[in-house]
Design a protein around this ligand. Structure first.
Ligand SMILES: N=c1c2ncn([C@@H]3O[C@H](COP(=O)(O)OP(=O)(O)OP(=O)(O)O)[C@@H](O)[C@H]3O)c2ncn1[C@@H]1O[C@H](COP(=O)(O)O)[C@@H](O)[C@H]1O
Length: 109
């Protein structure tokens, strides 16, 4: 399944130099980081609302849909700043097997 992330990352990279009127992602890059961060914030809020609705018996598919929107806009944010899902996956891999409590203690918090 991470194939789709690799493919999407390539498309997002191409969109950094594409015409904004023919592509949603290119229009976000053209609008700039603040617009992209506004979308990440909106999609975060929509994901939270969908999770609460899901807990209350709402459709799981709505939560999946909103989380996909959040992931997508986060990927655009990373791409805008010269990063990709690979950088995040490497960090998760580094953390794998390390207890969150131990990691927090190692930071002295
Ligand atoms: N995965 C996505 C994807 N997920 C969500 N979206 C878009 O993200 C937007 C979500 O924002 P909202 O729901 O808030 O909709 P909106 O009100 O129209 O948005 P605003 O006007 O407020 O910005 C919608 O326009 C969706 O179509 C996506 N747009 C593109 N992709 C991928 O990116 C690729 C490149 O897209 P283009 O750059 O448009 O060719 C596509 O082939 C897809 O693989």
């Amino acid at each position: 399944m991470s194939d789709v992330l690799d493919q999407l990352a390539k498309v997002l990279e191409q969109r950094r130099t594409a015409e904004a009127d023919a592509s949603y992602v290119a229009s976000l890059h053209k609008a700039g980081l603040d617009k992209i961060l506004k979308k990440v914030g909106e999609e975060s809020a929509e994901t939270i609302i969908a999770a609460k609705a899901c807990e209350a018996g709402g459709a799981k598919s709505d939560l999946v849909y909103e989380t996909a929107d959040l992931w997508f806009h986060s990927l655009v944010m990373l791409s805008h700043l010269g990063l990709s899902h690979d950088d995040v996956l490497q960090e998760l891999e580094r953390r794998f097997g390390l207890s969150g409590l131990e990691e927090k203690a190692s930071r002295g918090q």
